[in-house]
Ligand binder design. Structure first.
Ligand SMILES: [Zn+2]
Length: 369
């Protein structure tokens, strides 16, 4: 069972807004927000990093998205949530004038390093300057044998040991001796780990974190064991963070490369932020990119089709594979030369998607309403 924190305040709000629904035990997500709340508040979604996978190219930061919500006069800055924390996340936040001490929570979609390797620096910095406890939300330990052999994917281990190198070097003890306002256990000591128990019901509405009017729900996806997608609902609007989600069938024949669970989570959402792979990296197209790795991502055309079916207003492509403007992606050469934003847009639009497509660059930002 997922932990739900900060429960008391939202309950009061929900009682006010949807008294009848509450007593009918309807899902809290069904409660309507008043037009006034939608107008006076805003939801801002900013890509803190758009690099697809492990390569380092053109100064891009690793995968991450900042979601902010609050009054318009506060620049939507009341609640600050970071989804994934790839390489360079702290630096991108600094470009937005945000320090890591201001974050209310970090959510991880899965434990691949391109989504997590900025976490150690983020936690170390928050610890260094006496930051409060930080909620870090991700999947509970999960066992997997795809591909064999059997192993455990443990986000808890990742988070608890994320700054162990700094402990083993002696730095943590040295800095603590200089100033014992810091937590004696080091960066992991300021983490409040929020474990999302699996299996989750395969439908929307699994609230895993809540603060005031902001509700975050999670759903399992099939990229690797323990992968999650998140939906953030606020009175100003909603956004889904799909991560690297792929279809539960690991390879064709299948209806789509996209995740069925993400499609149900994204119904009617204002913004869908999703990793994308271009068909030019598909098997047989000349890149020699490994087929299983291609198949566990969502390709551009299928993602457009999902967004159309789910009536998504804005589809934000991120974590582009291959990287924009790059002749190769790691050791894999891009057939026909580097891709541009227009190539990703065209592949996505080929599905007939009628909403807005945003091909992600670092710090691209969308505000709703
Ligand atoms: Zn990734």
């Amino acid at each position: 069972m997922a932990l739900i924190r900060r429960w008391a305040l939202p309950l009061i709000t929900d009682l006010r807004v949807c008294f009848a629904l509450f007593f009918a035990l309807a899902p809290l997500a069904a409660c309507a927000d008043s037009p006034e709340e939608r107008q006076n508040n805003c939801l801002q979604i900013t890509l803190t990093g758009t690099q697809g996978g492990p390569p380092a190219v053109n100064g891009l930061a690793g995968a991450g998205t900042l979601v902010q919500y609050g009054p318009v006069e506060d620049d939507c800055g009341q609640v600050l949530l970071q989804f994934d924390a790839g390489r360079g996340t702290t630096e991108r936040l600094s470009q937005l004038g945000i320090t890591v001490n201001q974050l209310d929570a970090v959510f991880l979609t899965h434990v691949h390093s391109d989504h997590t390797e900025g976490l150690a620096g983020l936690l170390q910095l928050r610890w260094h300057f006496f930051g409060d406890a930080l909620d870090v939300v991700c999947s509970a330990d999960v066992s997997s044998n795809r591909p064999p052999p059997q192993r455990t994917m443990s986000c808890r281990n990742l988070v608890e040991h994320t700054a162990d190198a700094f402990i083993h070097s002696g730095e943590i003890a040295q800095r603590y001796a200089e100033n014992n306002k810091r937590h004696a256990d080091g960066p992991a000591g300021i983490v409040n780990f929020v474990s999302v128990g699996l299996p989750l019901p395969n439908e929307p509405g699994n609230v895993v974190w809540q603060s005031g009017d902001v509700r975050v729900s999670a759903i399992a996806t099939a990229h690797i064991a323990g992968s999650l997608a998140y939906r953030i609902d606020t009175p100003a609007g909603s956004v889904v963070i799909g991560g690297d989600a792929g279809n539960s069938k690991p390879s064709p024949p299948r209806d789509s490369s996209t995740a069925e669970s993400v499609e149900s989570l994204a119904q009617g959402v204002d913004v869908l932020v999703h990793s994308v792979i271009h068909p030019v990296f598909g098997p047989g197209a000349g890149s020699r990119f490994p087929a299983p790795v291609y198949y566990r991502q969502s390709n551009a055309a299928d993602l457009g089709a999902l967004a159309e079916r789910a009536k998504v207003r804005h589809l934000v492509l991120t974590h582009m594979i291959p990287t924009l403007d790059a002749e190769s992606h790691g050791p894999f050469v891009v057939p026909g030369g580097a891709l541009q934003a227009a190539d990703f847009e065209a592949a996505t639009r080929s599905s007939g998607y009628s909403g807005e497509i945003h091909v992600g660059t670092d710090l691209l930002s969308i505000r709703v309403p």
